[in-house]
Design a protein around this ligand. Structure first.
Ligand SMILES: [Zn+2]
Length: 344
């Protein structure tokens, strides 16, 4: 695997810390207690440059004879798989890698989608009290179509409905109730005793699995967009585009994966439009998910993590200055992130 000089040095430092190892005189090996037989000073880990016979992080115990031949095996042995960065695939290689990937993981990629009808009486709106309360501006209504059904369709009364569009077709929608979580819970407690219907916070389309969809996908233009910022939900997309004024930016596009997860199909959809760099912008509380997903994404893209320092906050809560600071000073590689970040 190809590690940059800095990444290699970071991994060496972590191993030294973990195993209380010492560098030998020539700085070619780390010497420490053997993780297999526990003998002190008998376990050597090669840290020199790649040669015909040796590659970095091969290890061997001169007492019990145990050895490991790859960094992965070594980190498995010492229980520190978290510091393993997945090698970055050549983003130019694109689809070929994914075919291997699909066979590999026993998850075939099916990106076929059905066209979905929006709920009856849906009409687009350009002003709405609830959306205004969440900071929507005129540009937001222009760029991110949203609608309501009005009272003619009681099921969607008090919902705002965002179509999910893919190659110009509506392939799903997210309908969100405009009451707060606590208002909905209070209503539902009463509804239960009266035998009335409960209110659902979300009443989304069901025709296509959301793991096949990406919000704002059509803003990615093949040949023009090289970077996507991945966030959890639609309101994160809108907030980030508004606060960073990315409305007309073709190079950088913000998309949502509908939660703290990304499927192989979603990865495939990004690759097939030529995306090279992915900035992972999930909420600050998603530490473990971010570690896992950034490792997986590193197989296909250059990956950076936009680390929101406060785990309580998401993109909607942050001011322009706070967001600027995250992108100007707070972008981390997956390795830096997994070393520095401990689940809160
Ligand atoms: Zn040993």
């Amino acid at each position: 695997m190809e590690l940059s000089r800095i990444e290699k040095e970071q991994i060496i430092e972590e191993i030294i810390y973990e195993l209380k190892a010492k560098r030998d005189g020539g700085n070619k090996n780390l010497i420490c207690r053997c993780p297999f037989c526990k003998k002190d000073g008998k376990f050597g880990i090669y840290i020199g440059r790649e040669t015909g016979r040796k590659s970095p992080f091969m290890s061997h115990c001169f007492s019990c004879g145990s050895s490991t031949t790859t960094l992965k095996k070594l980190l498995e042995t010492i229980g520190r798989m978290d510091i393993l960065v997945t090698p970055t695939a050549n983003p130019g290689a694109r689809l070929e890698t994914l075919l291997v990937f699909a066979g590999d993981e026993d998850e075939s990629i099916d990106d076929s989608l059905n066209i979905v009808e929006l709920p009856d009486f849906h009409k687009r709106c350009f002003s709405h009290d609830y959306l205004k309360s969440r900071g929507f501006t005129y540009d937001d209504y222009e760029c991110f179509p949203v609608g309501i059904t009005g009272r003619l369709n009681y099921k969607f009364n008090d919902y705002v409905i965002f179509p999910v569009i893919d190659e110009g077709d509506i392939v799903g929608y997210v309908a969100r109730h405009t009451w707060s979580k606590s208002e909905i819970e209070a209503y539902n407690r009463k509804a239960k005793t009266k035998g009335n219907y409960r209110i659902l916070r979300f009443r989304n389309s069901t025709e296509n699995d959301f793991t096949r969809l990406l919000y704002n996908y059509d803003s990615i233009i093949d040949g023009q967009t090289d970077t996507v910022i991945i966030v959890e939900g639609i309101f994160d997309v809108v907030a980030l585009v508004r606060k960073m004024e990315l409305y007309d930016n073709r190079r950088i596009v913000v998309i949502a994966t509908f939660g703290k997860k990304i499927s192989h199909t979603q990865i495939y959809k990004l690759q097939s439009k030529g995306i090279e760099t992915v900035v992972l912008g999930y909420d600050g509380d998603a530490v473990e998910a971010i570690k896992k997903i950034s490792g997986e994404l590193s197989r296909y893209f250059n990956v950076l993590i936009a680390d929101i320092p406060n785990p309580e906050k998401d993109w909607e809560d942050l001011s322009y200055e706070e967001i600027y600071r995250v992108f100007a000073y707070g972008l981390k590689t997956p390795l830096e992130y997994s070393i520095n970040k401990i689940q809160q």
